[in-house]
Design a protein around this ligand. Structure first.
Ligand SMILES: CC(C)(COP(=O)(O)OP(=O)(O)OC[C@H]1O[C@@H](n2cnc3c(N)ncnc32)[C@H](O)[C@@H]1OP(=O)(O)O)[C@@H](O)C(=O)NCCC(=O)NCCS
Length: 169
């Protein structure tokens, strides 16, 4: 029998940035994470991290204002992204806990709706979102770009469905 995890979810701190790179696997997102941390200081974004013991095992980012109008649908919404759990800790409830905590953060901010992208290539993540009550409302070609840790522009093409969940009190 797999032992239940003691999962602690908290706001990220600047000192978490290195651990969020997962020993280099996500080094390419260094500037993205630094910017997200700066946004958090300005009240625009929230980063939650999940810890098991001393180890940082998961993360989720919440953008408190959605820039793309077609994602907003006229209500106060937030965009959830950069959601991941370390492979050794998957399928034990960490991801579910991070999403539920993110939803509570949105409620605390008076927001009514959460939006998340589910890449067509990632049916496992989509199943999790749907189990938690997210439903598709549009498709998106998923073109986005970021500047990596070496200052190079990286273009990503990740066709996705965009899912939403209305939050109740
Ligand atoms: C998507 C992701 C964040 C999910 O995290 P996770 O911690 O595995 O999520 P959970 O454990 O809460 O849920 C996963 C499954 O385990 C099941 N589960 C949850 N708690 C469980 C437990 N205690 N025991 C057994 N199974 C459990 C859930 O029912 C769920 O099943 P489902 O896939 O049929 O819905 C993780 O797989 C991941 O990091 N993937 C790579 C990055 C990624 O794809 N991110 C999302 C797009 S940006």
């Amino acid at each position: 029998m797999v032992e239940a995890l003691h999962i602690h979810v908290r706001l990220a701190k600047g000192s978490d940035l290195e651990a969020m790179e997962w020993e280099g696997e996500y080094r390419r997102y260094r500037r993205v994470y630094q910017r997200a941390m700066a946004d958090m200081r300005r009240g625009r974004r929230i980063i939650l991290v999940a810890e098991v013991g001393e180890e940082l095992v998961g993360q989720i980012f919440i953008q408190l204002h959605i820039h793309r109008r077609e994602f907003r649908r006229g209500v106060s919404s937030a965009y959830i992204h950069a959601f991941r759990v370390r492979p050794a800790y998957r399928n034990r409830g960490v991801g579910t806990r991070l999403i539920l905590e993110a939803e509570q953060v949105l409620r605390d901010h008076g927001l009514k709706r959460a939006v998340i992208a589910a890449a067509h290539a990632n049916p496992d993540a989509r199943r999790l979102y749907e189990r938690l009550g997210f439903r598709k409302f549009m498709s998106d070609p998923g073109h986005w770009s970021y500047v990596d840790h070496l200052g190079r522009l990286q273009n990503v093409h990740e066709p996705s469905d965009i899912l939403e969940k209305w939050l109740t009190d």
